[in-house]
Design a protein around this ligand. Structure first.
Ligand code: PLP
Length: 379
């Protein structure tokens, strides 16, 4: 099997699996809210995991909250900020290339009467600074939502210049940053970066599904999305799961330790596939300076889904548009927004890599692409 669909989800690593088992055992899995000594031990363990997670992300422990997924983190951050800070402004700035986790929250806010202003992006997927300035200059911007690494193309947001522009034109605007596809693939130090709220997802870094992280910078006030027993400083009610938080931490440690080696490997695979696929007439849609873990490519003569199923015959797994919306059979809204023509976008396939992929797999992939062209291309 060749699994080139790591932006959709990754497989669980051995160390995460071991950590899950370890943390599921009695008595460490007692309720961290319990008053007896098992409860004390459980909350100590949980807070220890939170502290280590914060350290690895360059944050304070009280800025880190465990959630069920990045979608929950995005909902909490975006809706929670606007709900708590009604006088911060009536406008939100973003792009139309965000993940649905953000876009649907913005739609929700629009229905409540907020004005959503979309900044244009270029063919490289990056927001155009003039467009950002124009939208900021209209004033009243409470919140700006961006993504550090686009899940469909690997396009990297020039966060420093975006943040600088926002801070200089509209200093009170709070910045939410989706860091899901960046984690473990490029350095992320939250304090140094200076975003106000960020989201992360465990299953994109070889943890299990069901765990995410929300970062909220100290001083930023938001309303919680999930109400109940007031766990996690009232920010996210529900009995804390040391098992899931610990799985996230184990995965984070592994990706952090191996970050440089994994990137070299991904770059090698990416460059090889770019070269070989271009030589075969395929169009590379990921920008040159994209993160090497994602390669979006349009195969002439094959609609995205046809290519996906042709590859599947050889036990090769890729994505069409992002998996969350793939079943709706739509052409990628991200590519269209970047200015890619509809026909090219309709033939786009996303290859996405992890530290487990090899050059042998890349070479085998190319051999099968040649076979697919020979067997299935209608001339
Ligand atoms: N943001 C980006 C950029 C993603 O790629 C994804 C998942 O595809 C999400 C958010 C949502 O993550 P989760 O599946 O943890 O809710």
């Amino acid at each position: 099997m060749i699994y080139f669909d790591n932006s959709a989800t990754t497989f669980v690593s051995d160390s995460v699996r071991a950590k899950l088992m370890e943390l599921s055992e009695d008595p460490v899995s007692a309720n961290p809210g319990a008053l007896h000594k098992l409860g004390n031990k459980a909350i100590e363990l949980y807070e220890g995991i939170r502290k280590e997670t914060a350290e690895l992300l360059g944050a304070r422990p009280d800025e880190i909250f465990f959630t069920s997924c990045a979608t929950e983190s995005a909902n909490t951050a975006i809706k929670g900020y606007m709900s708590r800070n009604k006088r911060a402004g009536n406008a939100v700035i973003s792009t139309r290339t965000e993940h649905k986790a953000t876009l649907e929250c913005l739609e929700y806010l629009a229905k409540l009467g907020y004005e959503i202003r979309y900044v244009k992006v270029g063919i490289d997927g990056k927001p155009l600074l003039e467009s950002l300035e124009e939208e900021l200059n209209k004033g009243d911007v409470a919140l700006a939502c961006f993504t550090l690494v686009n899940n469909e193309t690997g396009s990297v947001l020039p966060f420093e210049s975006i943040a600088k522009t926002i801070r200089s034109i509209s200093p009170s605007t709070v910045i939410y940053l989706d860091c899901v596809q960046a984690l473990g693939k490029m350095p992320v130090n939250l304090t140094a970066m200076g975003a106000d709220m960020c989201s992360f997802s465990g299953h994109k870094i070889h943890s299990v599904k069901g765990n995410g992280v929300l970062y909220v910078r100290k001083g930023v006030r938001i309303d919680p999305l999930i109400l109940g027993g007031g766990q996690q400083d009232g920010m996210r009610s529900g009995t804390q799961s040391a098992v899931l938080a610990g799985a996230f931490l184990a995965a984070l440690k592994e990706v952090s330790e191996g970050i440089d080696g994994a990137r070299v490997k991904a770059s090698e695979i990416n460059s090889y596939l770019r070269r070989e696929l271009s030589a075969r007439g395929a169009k590379i849609l990921s920008p040159e300076d994209a993160l090497p873990y994602v390669l979006n490519v349009s195969f002439d003569g094959f609609e995205s889904e046809t290519m996906l199923h042709c590859l599947e015959i050889y036990d090769i797994y890729v994505s069409t548009v992002s998996a969350c919306s793939a079943k709706q059979k739509k052409v990628s809204y991200v590519l269209l927004e970047m200015g890619v023509d509809r026909k090219t976008a309709a033939n786009a396939v996303r290859l996405s890599f992890s530290r487990y992929n090899t050059m042998d797999e890349a070479e085998e992939f190319i051999r099968h692409v040649d076979e697919i062209y020979e067997q299935f291309l209608v001339k």
